[in-house]
Ligand binder design. Structure first.
Ligand SMILES: Nc1ncnc2c1ncn2[C@@H]1O[C@H](COP(=O)(O)OP(=O)(O)OP(=O)(O)O)[C@@H](O)[C@H]1O
Ligand SMILES: [Mg+2]
Length: 230
């Protein structure tokens, strides 16, 4: 079985016309379904850039990205939008909720964008809100929620379209360690239970036991993490 998410020889350079900097240097990764991969590494090493490329938000300077066996390099922007909406669930460090929508409406919006039947979308949204313990918060706006609750809304939203690939960039950064662990436990459970492929960038080494594999990003290079060395 091939990987759900495959990155091959991915390089990313930024240039201002005079000089270029290489932010990612020949990075390779394959994540299989049911696999939860963590990436750790110093600030500025390229972790978020890597995740953005894996999620089709940013194109690499060279190399290829395969989502569910499909190479996305030559996709039109419309095809890329579809992929982002249907195959990928993004969870960002700050939950990135829309301030003027209630918790439930944040979820319904995703279903609407996809032009689905309203009753089905509502049923799925309510099911997810229940599962993530947000039932009693569903009519509130983001500013009325705690950090942990906001992050759980972000997870529920990322799961609305049942994406095969979950990408999380420091999902616990705004949470205390107990709430942070709850969030990662939920992610790990969903990956196993629904056979998703997930990559999580984290600074928090206390979460690593919940992941199947840990990688280390340094100066744009990705290597297996060795706690004795790093
Ligand atoms: N649009 C851009 N133009 C130029 N340089 C950029 C751009 N985006 C990112 N960089 C540079 O790429 C490098 C990697 O950034 P990235 O955000 O991937 O790091 P990171 O590992 O996620 O760091 P952190 O842990 O602080 O979030 C940084 O040196 C950053 O300045
Ligand atoms: Mg980052």
């Amino acid at each position: 079985m091939s990987g759900k998410l495959v990155l091959k020889h991915v390089t990313k350079e930024y240039g201002d016309g005079q000089s270029t900097i290489k932010v990612l240097n020949d990075v390779n990764l394959e994540v299989k379904e049911g696999e939860f991969v963590a990436i750790v590494g110093p600030s500025g090493s390229g972790k978020s850039t890597f995740l953005s490329i894996a999620g089709a938000l940013l194109s690499p300077t060279s190399g290829s990205v395969l989502l569910d066996g499909e190479e996305i390099q030559h996709f039109t922007s419309r095809q890329l939008n579809e992929i982002r909406l249907n195959k990928i669930g993004f969870i960002f460090q700050s939950a990135n909720l829309i301030p003027y929508l209630t918790v439930r409406d944040q979820l319904l919006l995703i279903g609407k964008l996809d032009g689905e039947d309203r009753a089905e979308v509502e049923e799925r949204a309510d099911g997810l809100l229940n599962r993530l313990g947000l039932e009693h918060r569903k009519d509130l706006y983001p500013e009325m929620l705690s950090g942990g609750e906001r992050q759980r809304v972000a997870i529920a939203r990322a799961w609305m379209n049942n994406p095969e690939i979950i990408l999380a960039d420091e999902p616990t950064a705004s949470l205390d360690s107990e709430r942070g662990r709850d969030v990662v436990v939920m992610l790990a459970h969903e990956v196993k239970h629904s056979r998703k492929a997930a990559v999580m960038v984290t600074h928090d080494h206390r979460m690593l036991d919940l992941c199947d594999r840990v990688l280390f990003m340094e100066d744009g290079c990705l290597t297996p993490y060795d706690p004795a060395k790093q």
